[in-house]
Design a protein around this ligand. Structure first.
Ligand code: BG6
Length: 300
């Protein structure tokens, strides 16, 4: 585990060469490479990594509100997707599978822990003013040879309950979006955020292909979504304690309108598969905690 020279990020590498890079701003995973150096996440060439704006790409963390919900009193004044992705997190430390003697096991792994709590100096000032609760977030990023797991634990340290959404806004890298198909959504209901006329739940049939702007909140029965390119399975995204998966691709016009989205045809190389719980408010009672995780496994 190393730090960048400017202390802005934590980099962990397995003895076998796999590598992950996490920006302290947002605890945003901005790069995940396999042993051959092949990048698995999409990161915009125009993404701001200096803490001036949420990162366009990688794995931004959405908490405590998904999108913006104008009629929800406690979150309506927060930035879109909340403040977790716009706060500077603290690096809490690492644990590895290596023995104390330093011998490597056959299955090396490294876990990086990050924390953000009410009152922390890195907290987005907009949050401090608009989220009146005492809370503690622990975010763990575990790199294995064939997978990446990210796990969020949100603890309510207040004397009253709060309501929240949680989501892992993962930008998966693909070679060609027109060859991509997504399974594991079959039969699931979804809310279509693109076509507001259809913002009722729609049933899904068969694998999903992406042929235009896509922004859907699914509630699948299965807990694994598989992303394939052509006939090759590429990623398996397994959810733990999350009921939704958002599938997002901005396509041509929307990408054009996003200042930090580059190159403009980059929508062809990405697909957001976002595990979370966002279709209803999760109530976290005083002293209680809420947990959820995703594991992205490499296949094919
Ligand atoms: C997705 C939402 O999760 O995030 C979309 O469903 C939204 O509606 C997208 O456009 C990107 O959001 P942002 O705030 O990062 O531009």
């Amino acid at each position: 585990v190393t730090f960048s020279d400017d202390n802005s990020r934590v980099i962990a590498e397995l003895p076998t060469g796999e590598r992950v890079e996490v920006l302290l701003y947002g605890a945003t995973v901005i790069s995940w490479k396999d042993a051959s150096g092949d990048e698995k996440l999409w990161l915009s060439e125009a993404a701001k990594l200096d803490g001036s704006k949420a990162v366009r790409g990688g794995i931004p963390l959405v908490f405590p509100v998904f999108g913006s919900v104008p009629d929800h009193l406690k979150t309506k004044d927060l930035p879109q997707h909340g403040f977790a992705r716009t706060s500077r997190w603290e690096f809490l430390g690492k644990s590895t599978s290596e023995s104390l003697e330093g011998e490597t096991t056959n299955d090396p792994s490294v876990k990086l822990d990050f924390g953000l709590s009410s009152g922390a100096p890195g907290l987005d000032p907009k949050a401090a003013a608009h989220w009146p609760y005492k809370f503690n977030l622990i975010y763990s990023v575990t790199l294995n040879r064939e997978s990446l797991t990210t796990n969020i634990l949100a603890t309510n340290d207040d004397s009253q309950s709060f309501e929240c959404h949680v989501l892992l806004h993962t930008y998966l890298r693909v070679n060609d979006i027109t060859a991509v198909s997504v399974t594991g959504l079959g039969g699931a209901q979804y809310v279509d955020k693109v076509d507001s006329a259809k913002t009722k739940t729609q049933p899904t049939e068969g694998p999903l292909t992406i042929t235009g702007e896509t922004d859907r909140v699914y509630t699948p029965a299965e807990n694994t979504v598989t992303v394939s390119e052509g006939s090759t399975e590429k990623y398996r995204v397994t959810r733990d304690k999350f009921s939704n998966v958002v599938v997002w691709n901005p396509w041509i016009d929307k990408a054009e309108g996003l200042a930090d989205f580059a190159p403009k045809d980059g929508y062809r190389q990405m697909l957001c598969i976002e595990p979370g719980t966002v279709d209803s408010w999760q109530t976290v009672e005083a002293g209680d905690a809420l947990a959820g995780a995703q594991t992205i496994s490499l296949v094919g």
